[in-house]
Design a binder for this molecule. Structure first.
Ligand code: HEM
Length: 209
């Protein structure tokens, strides 16, 4: 195995990969939240935004493929790190690295991750892989007009909020951005950023309800 691959697949390398892919997914979420917020200006504005996106032609499938690869890498590396941590936790000589530092968000990472994955499947099959000739605003109104889907969306976005609140914090730690004096500030920053993104998604659901 090449030296580069060996380093990339080491525990530290995998943590860096999680941080980079997590940051890229976070950027996608920000852009997606801004795009969704066009719905606050009415159906026509939302449809115009979607049409503008689709007019970018071949750039869209390329961006979708890159996004899919980022998602898959994040999921597989995340699962591999989770299994490794489980194995280490089962080892009675293991040193607990994060004693006292575990939060609700960090403990539930694998489960919120799986919930987001389930949400994504439902989401893509209800709004993306549908008849592309329909106005996108009508598609979203129809999906979120169904109380069951609405509940599932609310649940999915709550899981997302919990996941990114810890993810953002963890990303800063991996990149070495930590200082005992500013850790509380950074935790607050992670919560504010999470609240902003999740609130836009929640608000879209409430507005359409
Ligand atoms: C109120 C919440 C949401 C609404 C109304 C919404 C709406 C949409 C719509 C309309 C599309 C299709 C865009 C198009 O075909 O032009 C879409 C695609 C997508 N959404 Fe969402 N979304 C929401 C939340 C989320 C969340 C929380 C995530 C991530 C966890 C997410 C991930 C995606 C992905 C990956 C795509 C496919 C992107 C693509 O293929 O270009 N969405 N969403």
């Amino acid at each position: 195995m090449s030296d580069f691959l060996q380093r990339a697949l080491s525990s530290l390398g995998r943590k860096y990969i999680m941080a980079v892919t997590g940051a890229l997914l976070g950027i996608f979420l920000l852009v997606h939240a801004v795009g969704n917020s066009f719905i606050f200006q009415g159906k026509a504005a939302f449809n115009a935004y979607a049409e503008h996106l689709h007019s970018l032609g071949p750039l869209i499938p390329v961006a979708e493929l890159i996004l899919l690869i980022i998602f898959l890498v994040h999921i597989f590396i995340g699962i591999s790190l989770f299994l490794k941590n489980q194995e280490a936790a089962g080892n009675k000589y293991a040193v607990k690295s994060s004693a006292g530092g575990k939060t609700w968000g960090s403990r539930t990472m694998p489960w919120t991750g799986l919930t987001i994955l389930a949400f994504l499947f439902l989401h893509l099959f209800t709004v993306r892989f549908v008849d592309q000739t329909l106005p996108i605003a009508d598609v979203v109104y129809r999906v979120l007009g169904n109380p069951l889907y609405t509940l599932f969306y609310l649940f999915g976005i709550a899981a997302l909020a919990l996941h990114i609140s810890h993810g953002f914090w963890s990303l800063l730690q991996t990149w070495g951005v930590h200082h005992p004096q500013y850790n509380v500030l950074m935790r607050i920053g992670a919560c504010v950023l999470t609240a902003l993104v999740s609130l836009v998604f929640f608000a879209v659901i409430v507005v359409l309800w």
